[in-house]
Design a protein around this ligand. Sequence first.
Ligand SMILES: [Zn+2]
Length: 82
Amino acid sequence: MIEEQDGKYLGGLTPLPEDIIRDKIKNIDEHRAHETAEMMCVKCYYRYQGVWPEQTLLKNLECPHCKKTGGIIKTGQTIFDT
Ligand SMILES: [Zn+2]
């Protein structure tokens, strides 16, 4: 939409109303596919239930206990096994 005011061209786009911005625009990262599994850090042996974005490589995950990266592996145990 082209707007004019006092004969001046104001631009070709009209900003969206605040309520539409707040209600309609979502964080895309919250909707990306995720994986979950029991994980273990081979550096400190800490085990935990991990949730991470599907496209993230395991070698890039950080241990929540020792904070090191590169040592996280899946244990192969599902969350339903006890
Ligand atoms: Zn660790």
